[in-house]
Design a protein around this ligand. Sequence first.
Ligand code: G6P
Length: 501
Amino acid sequence: MVSEHEHAARVLVASNRGPVSYAFREDGTLDARRGGGGLVSGLSAIGPEADALWVCSALGDGDREAVRRGIGEPGVRMLDIDAAVHADAYNGIANSVLWFVHHMLYQTPLEPVFDAEFRRQWVAYEAYNQAFAQTLAEAAAPAAAVLVQDYHLALVPGMLRDLRPDLRIGHFSHTPWAPPEYFRMLPDDIAEQLLLGMLGANRLGFLTRRWLDAFQSCCRRVLTDHDVDPHWPKDGPPSLEYRLRGHRRRRTELGVHGLGADADFLRERSRRTDVDERMAALREQIGGDERGPGRRKTIVRVDRTELSKNIVRGLLAYRTLLDEHSEWRERVVHIAFAYPSRQDLAVYREYTAEVSRVAEEINARYGTPGWTPVLLHVKDDFARSLAAYRMADVALVNPIRDGMNLVAKEIPVVSEAGCALVLSREAGAYAELGDDALVVNPYDVTGTADALHQALSMPDAERSERSKRLAAAATALPPQQWFLDQLHALEALDEGVTEAG
Ligand code: G6P
């Protein structure tokens, strides 16, 4: 199989969303846009001699056309999976089921309903995972390292293991992992298939110990019913041993890799002129004096308009602040960037509309001719996000559940005068930033309003000291090291199939 391929890759990454996407220009030609994010900068840590290949999905019409025209970036292979199959796998299973389970987003009196439609979509999810496994199996050099990303591709490790037992397979979860009480809402056979799919990997990575523990608990609860014998050794790296019916014991190693902010990139990028221009424009909108006692403070949040980010309760907390601490009226502005996400799903469209409605209501109720209390921007603009980071006095990061939340890590690094961080205890970042943040229960609107008041009232010296410590903790594991740690751990394993004897 492999010998047919002259350029078999030695390091492979697989993810739904790849490092590049294509959009049509007006004249019908294609424009390539390179994405950012931890994985892109992480992968840059290995040189060209590593023979890396990134396998991803073609996501829109532009991507599909690029595949058809044979346009591509070196080191990237886009899979043009049938659009209907992709929609069922991505919108149906990945984003409406697995994302909801891990973020505990269901409104349980009515959802979820696992019916024939779900089963139909599940078949598409299997086919989509199989397409990835097949491509990886064909492209990988003997004993290559394959780093599979996220809940979209939970079945890939098991499928790939069947096709290529020689490979070193890793899987990394960028989301939380659900506790067993919640995970077991999934039909038993599906829950089992997901866990066994993941356990096809030699190594599983998580963002925090909390999500790793939840995964272990799910294995213990789900798999013990099915002739699988999980075992947690006391010594050595955390791992999970189990025996499938009629097989020897196998071992999957587990690891925590708390992705950090990319300080070098952020500091350089945030000082470019396009960011300065955005700062000037934002200053206009904020109003008040540029410095001195008439300067308005800023509470900054930057999110995808994502149900788990808790943007509406954040706005309600800000409204409560203006109600209960009227001294802040005209003295603070809430900069809220909420960039559209997953708009194919009705529930996301409704949430986006609700965010705008609540922001408008606050502005109508409290705004004055010279003061707009909430500056809500919904058009994605990275330079403007960095401008807001630089100006932040307070960062508001209050997700109801989040794998890590890099915004919480990025703002203290970029903020010019140091910022106070109001942080949900349900974000993965809490494990590393909890000591110097003002920690909130994300459902507690009154408590969040109190934390905002405390953050705004924090003496400058204390805010700056805390912000420095936050920035140090936030950058402890830069993306390059995060990636290399996983790659080296995987390569250090003796052989593809880890038999525990
Ligand atoms: C989360 C997931 C990523 C995903 C991102 C954006 O961070 O862990 O895998 O790419 O959200 O979501 P989208 O559906 O737009 O790719």
